[in-house]
Design a protein around this ligand. Structure first.
Ligand code: SF4
Length: 429
């Protein structure tokens, strides 16, 4: 019997909600003992040895999880023959009486120390200091229970040696430590820092480099990505009105820049997509609802291998994989091309050349195609990026064809051009 089950319990609210990178702590749920019991009972605990509870806050906080519920759950788990329980709590709520409640279970209290440095904790907004953490760990150990400590890699306000010192310290007081890459939740101050270019999350290589010394330590676990992460702007952040128009500044709007950083360093393209097809944007958003894109997708469908084709738009916000185009700001911007001045066009080419280059340096495809008007700024940016990388990117809309159709409305949806798109991709597949 070695199985583990994880249960997420949303109840009440973190008493503090002050941590710099945390948005979960600001969420508030009703505290309903009957609903909590129902949630636990929904989980099949047959042959389960260990249960982990995640609760965004503190399982030992009576306001979040009333004593009545804790006692019920502990008895319920024992009846189900569960042996081990892991719960999260701030040190602030750890005391002997509460620890007593768990008698009969092998308990681990997971504590988000984040960094063993009072200055960092203060700036970060943690509602306790290192000595409070230490006192809590001593109480837990005195009762024969275990401590798991979370430490954040790349935590803001840290110094060169913060991580090393924190790990050395936490190893002395924990049975296990978990090194977590710092990601900003969307409602956090750290997210705003990212938008303003003051801080950046580490990508996999950077993170791996920082933690490599401890990767073989049996007490240390390493988590590069512990939840599905994308830049999520809240309604409060969204600046829809600012995104309509055509200017040099708008091309590098901070919200676009955050997404470009995400696409370049974190985004994982769907595995089956081995062929990249760079496409123009459309006036109607999301792109897939526009006539332009519908006609292009129809042409791709005729290749019989459309599942291999990764559709990625290049537009004023930069590179936008179509599978992410439902997110703000990609449904919300409007770039009236006819307002472009020669300076804006030049800037568009320069910036997007770099964006395409960085994206391609981090994502591997077997073949890369583009489908743009040959005299468009987007194609010029792509072509320059290809030259810079010394790779071949073929524009399927050839100069000769374009010459014939360029005076027609929306040449990329011209039948002859679309036929050539189908034919060329089919040949490749
Ligand atoms: S990290 Fe924990 S203590 Fe801090 S705000 Fe979030 S839930 Fe509360």
């Amino acid at each position: 019997m070695t199985e583990t089950e994880t249960i997420i319990l949303n109840s009440g609210q973190c008493k503090y909600g002050t941590c710099y990178a945390c948005g979960w702590g600001k969420k508030k749920y009703p505290v309903n003992i009957e609903k909590l019991k129902k949630r636990v009972k929904q989980v099949n605990l047959e042959d389960i040895r260990k249960v982990k509870i995640y609760e965004s806050g503190s399982f030992l906080d009576d306001n979040q999880f009333p004593k009545e519920f804790r006692e019920w759950m502990i008895n319920y788990l024992k009846e189900k023959n569960v042996k081990e329980l892991v719960v999260e709590s701030l040190p602030n709520f750890v005391n002997d009486d509460k620890l007593e409640e768990f008698k009969g279970l092998e308990l681990t209290i997971a504590i988000g120390l984040e960094a063993a440095d009072d200055e960092v904790l203060k700036e970060y907004g943690k509602p306790f200091r290192v000595k409070d953490y230490q006192k809590a760990t001593e109480k837990i150990h005195k009762q024969g229970q275990k401590v798991k400590t979370y430490l954040m890699v790349n935590i803001p306000f840290s110094k060169e040696d913060t991580l090393k010192k924190s790990i050395q310290y936490a190893l002395k007081h924990s049975d296990k430590i978990v090194l977590i890459n710092t990601y900003p939740h969307n409602q956090s101050k750290l997210f705003q820092d990212w938008v303003e270019g003051k801080w950046k999350p580490l990508n996999k290589e950077e993170f791996t480099e920082k933690v490599k010394k401890w990767k073989n330590n049996p007490k240390v676990s390493i988590e590069f990505e512990n939840y599905y992460f994308i830049p999520k702007f809240t309604e409060k952040h969204k600046k829809r009105k600012e995104l309509k128009g055509c200017s040099k500044e708008l091309i590098t709007h901070p919200h676009y820049e955050v997404w470009q950083d995400y696409f370049q360093r974190f985004y994982k393209k769907p595995e089956e997509k081995s062929i990249l097809l760079l496409l123009p944007c459309s006036y109607r958003k999301p792109y897939y609802k526009s006539q332009t894109h519908k006609k292009i997708y129809k042409a791709l469908k005729e290749t019989d291998k459309e599942e291999k084709i990764h559709r990625v738009v290049l537009s004023s916000p930069g590179i936008i994989p179509v599978d992410k185009c439902d997110n703000y700001p990609f449904k919300d911007y409007d770039w009236p091309e006819w307002e472009e001045t020669p300076e804006v066009k030049q800037k568009y080419i320069e910036i997007n050349k770099e964006r395409v280059k960085k994206y391609l340096q981090n994502h591997q495809y077997e073949k890369i195609f583009a489908y743009f008007k040959p005299d468009s700024e987007s194609w010029k940016a792509i072509n320059k990026a290809a030259q810079g990388l010394n790779i071949d990117i073929e524009n399927i809309l050839k100069e000769e064809t374009y010459e014939e159709i360029k005076n027609q409305k929306n040449p990329v949806t011209n039948k002859k051009a679309l036929k050539e798109l189908t034919k060329r991709i089919k040949k490749e597949l």
